[in-house]
Design a binder for this molecule. Structure first.
Ligand SMILES: *Cc1c(COP(=O)(O)O)cnc(C)c1O
Length: 399
C-alpha cells in the first residue's frame, strides 16, 4: 500500500465538472485581472474569516509582505514572531527591512510562547506576529493582552488555519490584520499560489487594496509605492468551487485526527498533549514516552492542516541519529509519506545569523525541530490507510 502525505487528486476529481465550468466561465468572460469573480470570492472569504474586509492576493507570503507594508513597518523596526514556523513569516519581516525577533514556542501546542514574546519587547517593537501552526490557534487572549499593554498591532499568520477558531472567534480577524494561504498543501488548497488578507479596519483595508496594485489611485497616479500582489480571477473561480466544501474538509480532517489519536493512543509509550495545559510546557519528560500525540486545547478549534506527532529521544535508543528520523525512514520504506515541519528553526537559519553569530537559544523550538513529524491526515484518507500508518508506527515503536 502507498500512502502519500497528501494526495490532491481525489478532492479535485470529485469536483471536476464544476471546476471545468468555472474555468470556462472565466475564459469566456475575458476578465483576467480582478473584477467580479475576485470581489465575490473576497466577500465569501470575509464571511468565513469573520472579517469585514478580505483582499485576495498572490500568495500567503505576499499577504504577509502586504500587511507589513500597510502597517508601515520598515528599517529600524522589530517584529516578534515564532522561530518554529514556515520561513516566510520571518522572511517577509526581513524583506521590508525590519528585524524579525524570534520568540520560543510552546512544545505542547507548537505555537508562540507568549511569555517569551513579552520578554523580547523593546522600544523598537512595532508588531506581534503569532502563527496558528498546523491549523490550531495560538493562545490569542494572551497575545491580545500583551499587544494591548504595549499598544502594538497583531498580525495573525493563519496560513494553515482557514476557518479555525479561538474561543468562538474566527482566526485572522481577532488581531489587527490576518492572512491565509491557498498554497495547494493548505486546508483550502488552490491551483497554484494564492493568498488572502483580512481585517476589520476600513482604513487599513483601503490602504492594502491600494498597495496591492502599485499604490495607485486613480490608475497611474501613485500615492505610495506598492507592488503587484493581485490574486487571479481564474484562481478564485476554481477556489470558489471548493469553498463551500471547506467545512466538510475540516470535519474529515478532524475525524481522521481523532481516529489516529484513538489508535496511536493505544500503543505502549504513547501520550497525548490534549490534557496538558500550555503552562506545563517546561515540565519534565516521562522517560517512558515514545510518542506524543497532538491535542486540541481548550477554547481552540483545530482544522488539522497537519497531524504532527513528536518522537522524543529516549534512553535506550541505541542508533546514531534521532528516533524521529528513523521513524520517517521506516515509514518511507513502507510507502508512507511524512514530512518534517520544520527541521531547522528560523533563528538557526544562515540568513538570520547576526554576522555569523548564532542567536540566543530557543530550547522548545530546537526540541520541536528534532522531534516533530507530520503524517498523512488529508480529508480523503481512508481508514485502512490510517490503519496501515498506525501499524507501521506500532512496529517501529516495538522494534
Ligand atoms: C504556507 C505558509 C505561509 C506562506 O504561504 P504561501 O502561500 O506558500 O506563500 C506563511 N506562513 C505559514 C505559517 C505557512 O504555513
Amino acid at each position: 500500500m502507498k500512502v502519500p502525505l497528501l494526495d490532491l487528486k481525489p478532492q479535485n476529481a470529485a469536483l471536476r465538472n464544476e471546476l471545468d465550468a468555472a474555468f470556462l466561465r472565466v475564459l469566456d468572460s475575458g476578465q483576467f485581472i480582478l473584477g467580479a469573480e475576485v470581489t465575490a470570492f473576497e466577500e465569501a472569504c470575509a464571511k468565513i474569516a469573520g472579517a469585514k474586509h478580505a483582499i485576495g492576493v498572490s500568495s500567503g507570503t505576499d499577504a504577509i509582505l502586504l500587511i507589513l507594508m500597510t502597517l508601515g513597518i520598515g528599517p529600524g523596526d522589530e517584529v516578534i514572531c515564532p522561530s518554529y514556523t514556515f520561513f516566510s513569516t520571518a522572511g517577509c519581516i526581513a524583506r521590508v527591512g525590519a528585524k524579525p525577533v524570534f520568540a520560543d514556542s510552546c512544545e505542547v501546542c507548537f505555537n508562540l510562547d507568549v511569555e517569551d514574546a513579552a520578554a523580547k519587547i523593546t522600544s523598537r517593537t512595532k508588531a506581534l506576529l503569532p502563527v496558528h501552526l498546523f491549523g490550531q490557534a495560538a493562545e490569542m487572549d494572551s497575545v491580545m493582552a500583551l499587544a494591548a499593554k504595549h499598544n502594538l498591532p497583531v498580525i495573525e499568520d493563519a496560513a494553515q488555519a482557514f476557518g479555525a477558531e479561538y474561543n468562538g472567534r474566527r482566526l485572522g480577524s481577532i488581531g489587527t490584520m490576518g492572512l491565509f494561504s491557498f498554497f495547494p498543501s493548505k486546508n483550502l488548497g488552490g491551483f497554484g499560489d494564492a493568498g488572502l488578507v483580512v481585517t476589520n479596519d476600513d482604513a487599513l483595508a483601503e490602504k492594502a487594496r491600494l498597495l496591492r496594485t502599485h499604490g495607485a489611485k486613480p490608475k497611474y497616479f501613485h500615492k505610495m509605492v506598492g507592488a503587484n500582489f493581485r490574486i487571479d480571477p481564474l484562481q478564485v473561480a476554481l477556489l470558489g468551487v471548493k469553498l463551500p466544501f471547506l467545512r466538510q474538509y475540516s470535519e474529515k480532517r478532524a475525524a481522521n485526527a481523532a481516529y489516529y489519536t484513538e489508535r496511536l493512543g493505544a500503543l505502549p509509550g504513547s501520550t497525548t498533549s490534549a490534557s496538558q495545559a500550555c503552562e506545563h510546557k517546561r515540565r519534565a519528560r516521562n522517560p517512558e514516552t515514545r510518542i506524543v500525540l497532538p491535542g486540541v486545547h481548550a477554547r481552540r478549534s483545530h482544522i488539522w492542516n497537519q497531524y504532527t506527532v513528536r518522537i522524543p529521544a529516549y534512553s535506550g535508543w541505541q542508533d546514531a541519529g534521532s528516533p524521529r528520523d528513523a521513524l520517517r525512514e521506516c515509514l518511507a520504506k513502507r510507502g508512507i509519506g511524512s514530512e518534517i515541519y520544520y527541521p531547522r528553526p528560523l533563528h538557526r537559519q544562515e540568513c538570520f545569523l547576526d554576522a555569523g553569530k548564532p542567536q540566543a537559544s530557543l530550547p522548545a523550538c530546537e526540541q520541536l525541530a528534532e522531534e516533530a513529524l507530520s503524517i498523512p491526515v488529508y480529508p480523503e484518507l481512508r481508514r485502512e490507510e490510517q490503519d496501515y500508518v498506525v501499524s507501521a508506527i506500532g512496529d517501529f515503536l516495538k522494534g
